[in-house]
Design a protein around this ligand. Structure first.
Ligand code: FMN
Length: 342
């Protein structure tokens, strides 16, 4: 029997496959099906700062109107007593998942600003979350803000959240840091217990229109991932494994046992899944687990611990394989398909 167990920010998981933040955790039945399929833990969808702020200002407006006493309009306004905020709904869902699932449940906060919202992590702790993921979904588009200031924002948010909770905190990062190993070390020093690599930014697109009369406009579209995207994660996890003792969670591009195995070999402690579960359902998770076991058995691996990080940079005979040297080799060895140019 192969031992697939792994450590995730101090939590002992029966295996490293963890559904990552997505709408699947909004529905109890979907979460139960993921657990039945073998999920090692579950990351909940995020509580978004913007949603909280929108509700805050709606509640302010409501209270203002109530004070002014527009008697005939009051009837159209929600009764303050029955108004459930997105925070209440989130905590209720977290409580429900904790009561019904045996696997650890990780709550998720998502936002960027520095004014108090991360303290809500305390309520998530009280509702039973086993850990917290903090997703600072920030597009650094301001030419007046230096890289250090962007990094400092993450550290400040982490400090604020640490001040509020004792739970392990995982920082979900984008790939756009100029010195990722240095930044990850700073996060570790500031008390993070793990990093999730990488956030996938939704890319806005330009709609060219059907006819010349259509106005050009920007459209937001959500594209699910492709397996190739796992390679960016694999490289950075292979590099980071030698620089940090924190949990490394891989998120992005895992669609089969191949990506999962490569990420574990590179040094990931857990492998997150979103797109492939949204596309194929919970049975896909069971299939990946089964295929991982087959792959390991055929190579006489007894446990995930035995292979984890064995292909990380520090264990490679040629560590430059994950740095610049491979770039030169690949470019020099590239041939266009036969018959196109010669
Ligand atoms: C429909 C959808 C909803 C998502 N919601 C969240 C979210 O609420 N919070 C978050 O941090 N990430 C969210 N993500 C990102 C995923 O958790 C994951 O990191 C990303 O999709 C990459 O993994 P994948 O290639 O397996 O999809 C969402 C992704 C999708 C596709």
């Amino acid at each position: 029997m192969i031992d697939l167990s792994t450590d995730y920010v101090g939590l002992k998981l029966k295996n490293p496959l963890v559904p990552s933040a997505s709408p699947l955790s909004k529905d109890l039945d979907s979460a139960l099906r993921l657990e039945d399929a073998g999920a090692g833990a579950l990351v909940m969808y995020s509580l978004f700062e913007e949603e909280l702020r929108a509700e805050e200002s709606m509640a302010d407006r409501f209270l203002l109107h109530a004070d002014l006493g527009h008697a005939e309009a009051d009837g159209f306004l929600p009764d303050h007593g029955v108004f459930t905020s997105c925070l209440d709904r989130y905590l209720e869902q977290l409580g429900q998942l904790k009561r019904r699932l045996d696997i650890p449940v990780i709550a998720s906060l998502n936002g960027v600003s520095l004014s108090g919202w991360v303290e809500l992590g305390k309520e998530m702790q009280q509702a039973g979350a086993d850990a917290l993921e903090l997703n600072v979904y920030h597009v650094a588009a301001d030419a007046g803000i230096a890289a250090e200031a962007v990094e400092a924002r993450y550290i400040d948010l982490l400090n604020e959240l640490r001040g509020a909770v004792e739970l392990p905190i995982i920082m979900k990062l984008s790939p756009f840091f100029s010195s990722l190993p240095h930044f990850v070390r700073q996060l570790e020093r500031a008390g993070a217990r793990g990093v999730a690599l990488f956030n996938r930014f939704m890319q806005p697109d330009i709609d060219l229109g059907e006819s010349p009369l259509d106005r050009l406009c920007m459209v937001d579209q959500l594209h699910l991932s492709y397996p190739d995207e796992a390679l960016l994660r694999m490289r950075w996890i292979a590099i980071l494994r030698g620089h940090t003792r924190m949990t490394l969670a891989a998120t992005g591009g895992v669609h089969g046992y191949q990506e999962a195995m490569k990420l574990l070999l590179a040094g990931a402690d857990v492998v997150h899944l979103a797109s492939c579960l949204l596309l194929h359902g919970p049975a896909k998770l069971g299939q990946i687990l089964h295929d991982m076991e087959d792959w390991m058995a055929a190579r006489d691996y007894a446990s995930v611990a035995q292979l984890k990080g064995s292909m990380s940079q520090r264990n490679l005979p040629d560590p430059s394989a994950v740095e610049r040297a491979s770039y030169i080799r690949v470019i020099e060895g590239f041939e266009p398909p036969p018959g196109i140019w010669r």
